[in-house]
Design a protein around this ligand. Sequence first.
Ligand code: GP9
Ligand code: MN
Length: 609
Amino acid sequence: MILLAVFLLWAKTHLAYHTAFSSMKIDNQMQAFILLINPFSFLLVIFGFALFLKGGGRNLYLFLCDLLLTVFLYANIVFYRFFNDFITLPLLFQSNNFGDLDASILSEMNPADLLYFADLPLWAYIFIKKPAFSLARPFSKLDRRVYCLITAAVIFFNLGLAETERPELLTRTFDREMLVKLIGPYNYALYDIYLQSKTTALRAMADGSELSEIENYVRVNKARPSDLFGAAKGKNVILISLESTQSFVIDNRVYGQEITPFLNDFIRESYYFDNFYHQTGQGKTSDAEFLIDNSLYPLGRGAVFFTHAGNEYRALPEILNEKGYFTAALHANNKSFWNRDIMYETLGYQRFYHMDDYEVTEENSVGWGLKDIPFFEQSIGHLKSMPQPFYAKLITLTNHHPFELDESDRLIEPYQSASKTLNQYFLTVRYEDEALKVFIEKLKEEGLYDNSVIIMYGDHYGISPNHNEAMGEYLGKEITPFENAQLQRVPLIIHIPGHKGKVISTVGGQIDLKPTILHLLGIETDDDIGFGQDLFSPERREFAVFRDGSVVTKDYLWTAGTCYDKESGEETEERYCAPFRERGAEELKYSDRIIYGDLLRFYAKDEKD
Ligand code: GP9
Ligand code: MN
């Protein structure tokens, strides 16, 4: 009986996978196999409790479980048909998502769906009529043990396969669709409940008084704007996230071939920051987005886009909306990746152009999806349709690990080292550079170039320390912890029409972009709670703290428990780094407190009063 119940729900789940959820992309045989088995791990556990029940009680339990799970599955099906996404708890609480759902809910149901409920009469019959076969003997200890053992094996097998298919899936929680694909809708719901309850508990314990200490810190920390305040007033802002792009490729070569020929030229007519660090954690691209829009640090664990999408923020798009800007994000990936569809609403983006807004085919895709050149070409159409001034964030994708590229897109001869990753990286960075060139040309053709500030930033590192040997060979020096920290520099390019090029070497990080952008647009930031400082400000501190607590200043670098003198790259006395290290730790702590306690909700209230 138990196995029958498990089998029936497994069958229903698969019916859903192949009909309602069929737009989920199955990338390979392995994923297809995981999909086949993933409902079992949960269903065996939940129905397994029936092992401890007898006769009628057991039947009732099986019937109720079947009913509840079917309703849950069906709710997800209807939801998916409408939103192309799975239900999550924060989403259920975001009532505006449901505003116009009532009327459409019926239209998303159809008679064939009755199939999902077809087994219920059978369970009802068994429960009421108690046919002899359903009242079999109670289970023996041995039965239970065997069942538990098999169940445990299935769970580990499923999780193991999921982990090999997508490492760090559960710790980083990046892609809802991928999670459902690999662990099934039921386990995903459990996981979601776990994340949500953790968040709710911390939030409930927080109160507004915590904010005043942080406010004081932030006030003292403010840096006066520079002469460039208002230099780009009323202009469009085009912000480009350069996937996995580190500074070491800029003005650098592979066997004499420039890696970023276009950017090297573009830098000469822009402000180029060559001591600018990424500050991301596990949330990678989304952490960089979070830093830039909020001037708050992402979290030490997990992706804040997923864990705290229901918080109150005072993000860049929200501020710009109030100043009459149209705000949009453009990224040709699945909209639920990094929970963007939900987080973007929270941050105030008026429009998210995602995968469905692009023409993505086999031919124009590679690796993670739409190639950067067609992405930029198609994005131009979207930009043209926007009311001006706009704030548009474009997120590139081709230069993403494992740096796959079609032969025909290869523009330089590959580097030859023992690290295939590094060798390919140069090729995809070169392609990305070409894509940027195409984009800028198109912006000029469409007349958007002269009335837009163009800001490009590297989102995070692309080459991990696993490739230090090949990296050392390329750079011609050993990659010590000091060098590794210096490799966390990512390019930041700010192009303002009519301004001459200039290299600015102040130490800064992604946290500093929000006040920098606002000041360029002539918007005051006095009341803003954020940890960054205008990168152009003459009185700024030269400082960047990484999410792991490493700290860089003008002269010193603290990383991996050691203080380094930046000029020599040699170890130096700890006391030189101590004050900055403490300051870094304090800032991260304050920022975490804001996020875990959802403290900006109190600030927002103050303002409205
Ligand atoms: C996915 C893209 C890449 O949409 O932003 O994410 P990453 O793995 O770099 O965070
Ligand atoms: Mn990225």
